[in-house]
Each structure stands twice: as structure tokens, then as C-alpha cells.
Design a protein around this ligand. Structure first.
Ligand SMILES: Nc1ncnc2c1ncn2[C@@H]1O[C@H](COP(=O)(O)OP(=O)(O)OP(=O)(O)O)[C@@H](O)[C@H]1O
Ligand SMILES: [Mg+2]
Length: 287
């Protein structure tokens, strides 16, 4: 998918990486303001000079965002509530169009996962996934069932094909939603606070599962959160957005080896540093 709307004055090619590496503050030993990973090859997602204004609002929500995500990269988008994280994700998903700039996802429409599992309650877990497979063009019923079973297995829900959403816990529903997203077979997965409604232990388990799947599949993941620890626990790169308007304020490359745990000292230390920057961004905008 390539969404090309009126391009901002800047040249997309020259400026594609301009929003990265803007950080000048010191990094820790494990995380540092970063150079873009996408420089090595074609990006899985390329956001160039993107601004977004909604009708009736004087200030743009997003202003001049440049962000490249490399194939197979795990990027966490962090920012205060209302800074435009979901807006940016929706633009990448092709659900909305930028007011200026370009969004390119060369592989086609990305897979999406939200805070709510949004499963059809009258369909079983397997059928919910089967629907995504049908949209993908898998026409044979038996083939779809086998693939849905395989995906349920992948998210550790073997034996849940015939369960309806109300028979599953919140964490299990999110696993089904993840399997459904994987059913799209897109190399890009966009996640908007997918674990925010879960309890800490379930979230912890799903963090582990997500990293395992990411390592196994080589997906590029853009993960939105306002939880700094979660961002550092998961991401290879953490991108902090400012508010009013949303801009890339700073980035950190997270070199802490996986598997990480949310309570790891290195995760905690980098989280403290990033939280301080987040606080500054919030206070700068009087929130
Ligand atoms: N369709 C829309 N029409 C008008 N304003 C919108 C629309 N969508 C989002 N906004 C505004 O854009 C701003 C950013 O919203 P967005 O949902 O992207 O924030 P967010 O960073 O995802 O916040 P949160 O962390 O609370 O989910 C908000 O002020 C919101 O009111
Ligand atoms: Mg949001």
C-alpha cells in the first residue's frame, strides 16, 4: 500500500530519516539515541513528512513525522495520551489519509491489532481466524480450518477452535486477535496498546509470547503504548512522540538482549531515563 497525499515541502527521499536520531541527550549503556535501522535497505514502513489535522482543530495532531521501520524491526511508539499515537498508526494502516506527507508500506496492507480483541461473538475462535483467512483469499474450508488450527497453536491456544469469545479469558481473546492478525500473512504488524486492558501477569506472559512470535516470524512490528516499561521490555527501538503537535521528539535503540523481563535492572534504568523525557514533553505542553 502506498498512500501518497499532498507532499509537504520537504523531499521525502532526502528527509525520510530526518525524524530519527534527533535525540541529543545521553543514552545509557543499553539504550541510546539512535540512527535509523532502515538505512541498510528498503523500509517495511516509511513515513515521510507526515502531518495530520482534523477539521475544526487549529493545531495539527501530527506535524512533520519522519519514521522508517526496517523489515523485521520491532519499534515501540511512546507518548502521552492524546499525542497522536493511534492517529499515526491509523495512517500507517491506511485507515485514514495524512493531510501532508506520504506513508508507504510496500508489502501492502499491514495487519492490525487493537486494545479490544473485537472478535465476532457469534463466531468461534477458529471461525474468527477463518474469516481473516477467507479475506486473504484462502478459499478451501478444510484448508482454512487447518491454517486456523495452526495459528491457534502458534499463540498457544491449541484446542480452542470451537470456543466462542465469551468462553475465553481476556488474555485468550487477545491471543485469538493476534492469531487473526497473523492470518493476514502481512510482514507488518501494527499493534495499538493491545495488552493495556490485561492484568500485569497476563501482560507479562503475552510480552513473552509476542517476542517469541516476532523472533519466529521476522515481522516488522509497530507497537503503540504509553507504558514506558512495556516499550523498553519489547522494542528494539523506542520512539517518543511529543504532544500538540505530535513530532518525533527522541529515539532510543534498546540493546538489552531478549528475553528481557519487565523487572530487569537494565529495563528499569532505561525506563527511568525515557520517563524523564516523557515528563518533559508533557510539562512542555502543560498537561
Ligand atoms: N477522527 C478524529 N477527529 C477529530 N479529532 C481526532 C480524531 N481522531 C483523533 N483526534 C484527536 O487527535 C488527538 C490524538 O488522538 P490519538 O487517539 O491519536 O491519541 P493517542 O496518542 O493514541 O492517545 P491515547 O494514548 O489516549 O490512546 C486527540 O486530541 C484526539 O482528540
Ligand atoms: Mg491511542
Amino acid at each position: 500500500m502506498t498512500a501518497t497525499i499532498e507532499t509537504a515541502a520537504r523531499s521525502a527521499g532526502a528527509d525520510a530519516n530526518a525524524g530519527t536520531g534527533t535525540g541529543t541527550s545521553t543514552g545509557t549503556g543499553t539504550g541510546a539515541p539512535t540512527a535509523p535501522a532502515a538505512a541498510a535497505g528498503p523500509a517495511a514502513v516509511r513515513v515521510s513528512g507526515v502531518s495530520k489535522s482534523f477539521r475544526g482543530s487549529a493545531t495539527p495532531v501530527l506535524d512533520g513525522i519522519d519514521l522508517d521501520v526496517a523489515p523485521g524491526e520491532f519499534v515501540c511508539l511512546l507518548g502521552a495520551s492524546g499525542c497522536g499515537k493511534s492517529t499515526l498508526l491509523n495512517l500507517v494502516a491506511g485507515l485514514d489519509a495524512p493531510s501532508a506527507g506520504t506513508v508507504e508500506v510496500p508489502s501492502g496492507r499491514p495487519a492490525l491489532m487493537f486494545q479490544e480483541a473485537a472478535l465476532f461473538p457469534w463466531l468461534t475462535a477458529g471461525e474468527n481466524i477463518g474469516l481473516a483467512l477467507r479475506l486473504r483469499g484462502l478459499s478451501g474450508r478444510r484448508e482454512r480450518k487447518a491454517e486456523a488450527e495452526r495459528l491457534l497453536d502458534l499463540v498457544r491456544l491449541r484446542g480452542s477452535y470451537d470456543k466462542r469469545p465469551h468462553q475465553l479469558s481476556g488474555g485468550m481473546r487477545q491471543r485469538v486477535a493476534l492469531a487473526r492478525a497473523l492470518a493476514q500473512d502481512s510482514p507488518v504488524l501494527l499493534m495499538d496498546e493491545p495488552f493495556a486492558a490485561l492484568d500485569a501477569i497476563t501482560r507479562d506472559v503475552l510480552h513473552e509470547e509476542l517476542i517469541r512470535l516476532w523472533e519466529a516470524t521476522g515481522l516488522a512490528v509497530v507497537f503503540v503504548t504509553h507504558n514506558v516499561r512495556e516499550a523498553v521490555r519489547l522494542g528494539q527501538r523506542v520512539v517518543l512522540l511529543s504532544s500538540r503537535p505530535g513530532r518525533v521528539a527522541q529515539e532510543w535503540r534498546v540493546d538489552i538482549p531478549q528475553p528481557r523481563r519487565i523487572e530487569d535492572k537494565a529495563v528499569a534504568e532505561l525506563s527511568v531515563e525515557i520517563t524523564e523525557h516523557l515528563r518533559q514533553e508533557i510539562s512542555r505542553h502543560g498537561r
